[in-house]
Structures are given as structure tokens and as C-alpha cells.
Design a protein around this ligand. Structure first.
Ligand code: T3D
Length: 264
């Protein structure tokens, strides 16, 4: 039983809801431990074909809980070692999301600030309600974007916009975030939940392995030469070419029928 998140699996869709609405779903050490546990459960559950990450109440997530005991001044007046918190909590969270064997959707229902914004960007598709916004809050309190922010931001919007967002720490409304390519789409609040459900159902019916290899190939590209990347793609093509979902995809195309993918 979790105290800081809600977690359910239904019809191939795992839903993980950050659930500290009074504190805008900000991260505590306890919430991180629960997230690790739930993401490990997703990884182990072969019935899951997509993960949806969202927030309860009016916010998606306000980043690190600045009042968490982990952040308190240590005995003897020493300042907390925030680097340790990053290593212990944020790095494992991003790596779990990136290594997940199913595609991930961040359903950004309200403000995503600090590490909350970074966690959204660590998901494959970011869908936002039009009333939501993205805030690189770090510089306001004397920190750098962490949780992969310095990696994902310039990749998604380019260096000029990444530096402007991170240094000025102005709120970026969902519509503009979509225009800039920071996120996949912004939807009217009234239709947001239905749009998230439809996208989750769409991904859950697709060839899961191919989607995950797509994520991995795209993120590997900046560290490769073109020649290396061509071979890297080839390795995934070889593997996927032997997969049941590829066989089904081709058979369905030839037989002019809808494919039935299993995720294998
Ligand atoms: O360990 C490490 O530090 C490593 C990792 C760091 C990564 C980070 O995430 S650093 C960035 C941390 N986050 C922030 O600096 C954002 C702080 N929050 C805000 O700037 C604002 O709350 C928002 C712009 C997100 C929303 O503003 P608004 O006016 O809609 O709401 P509010 O009134 O400020 O917040 C509502 C409540 O949530 C309030 O509590 P109260 O007074 O009603 O009891 C507020 O204190 C609480 N809250 C919001 N954000 C946090 C928080 N409490 C603790 N930590 C928070 N980050």
C-alpha cells in the first residue's frame, strides 16, 4: 500500500499518479522509494504495454519537496548533500523511466516545476492540459536543472530556448511548450483526460518492443557518428525482424486486416 502515489494496471495501461496534492505532488524520499517500487512492478508485469504518469489535484509535480527532512540542515549545521539526493533518488527514477520495457506518457495535468518538469521530459510522449505550464524553477533557488533537464531540454527545444528557459525560469504555458516542440501536444482541459486515455490505448495496442527500441535508438544517436548509428539501427532491425509482432504486422498488411500485436 503506497502513501504518496496511486498505482493501477488495467487493460495493458499502468497508471502512476503522484499523490501529494496539498504539496503540489512534490517529491520526498518516501515518494521516490514508492516510485521505484511501482516502476519495478511495471517492468516485471508482462501484461503492461504503456505507462501513464500524472499528478493528483491541480499540479503535475512541483519538483523536490523543499521541506523534506532529507533537505534539512544536517547535525553540526552542515548543509544537506543535494548531490547525494540526486544520486539516490532522481538518477534512479530517470533511468527506470528510460529503461522501461514499455512506452511512457507524461500526462501533465497542471504545473510541472523543477524536477517535476524534468521527469515529464524523461517520458516518451508529453501531453499537457492547456492550463498546465512548465517551469525550470532551479535557477530561482540557486541550482541547475537536474533529473536529466540539461540533457532533455536542449535536445527537445535547442540550446537558445533551453538556456532561456533554464536561466530566466519563466513559466512556459502548455500551448507554447507544444509550439516549441518541448512536448507532443496540449489539449483543452475538458478533453485532456479522454485524449490521454486514447493515446495510452493506442500505444498499448502497438508493437511494444519496436516503440522502446525507437526510444533507445533516438537517445543513443547524439553519442554516435552517423556510421555507428546506422549499425545501431541495424542491430535493432535484426532483433525486431525476428519478433512475432513484426511477423504479425507484415501478415496483417498483406491480408489487408488490422494487426493484433502482443508486445512480443
Ligand atoms: O534534493 C534536491 O534538491 C535535488 C533535486 C532538486 C530538483 C528540484 O526540483 S529543485 C526545484 C524545487 N521546486 C521549486 O523550487 C518549485 C517551488 N514551488 C513553486 O515555485 C510554486 O509552488 C509553483 C510555481 C510550483 C506553484 O505556485 P502556486 O502559487 O500555484 O502554489 P503555492 O501556493 O506556491 O504552493 C501550494 C502549496 O504547495 C504550498 O503549501 P502551503 O503553503 O499551502 O502549505 C507550497 O509551499 C507547497 N509547495 C509547492 N512546491 C513545493 C511545495 N512544498 C515543498 N516543496 C515544493 N517544491
Amino acid at each position: 500500500e503506497y502513501r504518496n502515489i496511486l498505482f493501477s494496471v488495467d487493460a495493458g495501461i499502468a497508471r502512476l499518479t503522484l499523490n501529494r496534492p496539498d504539496k503540489l505532488n512534490s517529491f520526498t524520499g518516501e515518494m521516490h522509494a514508492e516510485l521505484r517500487d511501482a516502476l519495478d512492478a511495471v517492468q516485471a508485469d508482462k501484461s503492461v504495454r504503456v505507462l501513464v504518469l500524472t499528478g493528483a489535484g491541480r499540479a503535475f509535480c512541483a519538483g523536490q519537496d523543499l521541506a523534506d527532512p532529507d533537505m534539512a540542515t544536517q547535525p553540526g549545521g552542515r548543509m544537506p548533500d543535494i548531490g547525494n539526493i540526486v544520486e539516490k533518488n532522481y538518477k534512479p527514477l530517470v533511468l527506470r523511466l528510460q529503461n522501461l520495457r514499455v512506452p511512457t506518457i507524461a500526462a501533465v495535468n497542471g504545473i510541472a516545476a523543477g524536477a517535476g518538469a524534468s521527469v515529464a521530459l524523461a517520458c516518451d510522449l508529453v501531453l499537457a492540459a492547456r492550463s498546465a505550464s512548465f517551469l525550470q524553477a532551479f535557477s530561482k533557488i540557486g541550482l541547475v536543472p537536474d533529473t536529466g533537464g540539461t540533457w532533455f531540454l536542449p535536445q527537445r527545444v535547442g540550446m537558445a530556448r533551453a538556456l532561456g528557459l533554464a536561466m530566466l525560469a519563466d513559466k512556459l504555458p502548455a500551448d507554447k511548450a507544444a509550439d516549441w516542440g518541448l512536448i507532443w501536444a496540449a489539449y483543452d482541459d475538458a478533453e485532456f483526460a479522454a485524449r490521454v486515455d486514447a493515446t495510452a490505448a493506442q500505444l498499448a495496442a502497438m508493437p511494444t518492443k519496436a516503440l522502446v527500441r525507437t526510444r533507445q535508438a533516438m537517445h543513443a544517436a547524439p553519442g554516435h557518428t552517423l556510421e555507428q548509428q546506422l549499425s545501431f539501427e541495424g542491430g535493432f532491425m535484426r532483433e525486431l525482424g525476428w519478433s512475432p509482432d513484426y511477423a504479425e504486422g507484415v501478415a496483417a498488411f498483406m491480408e489487408k486486416r488490422a494487426p493484433k500485436f502482443t508486445g512480443e
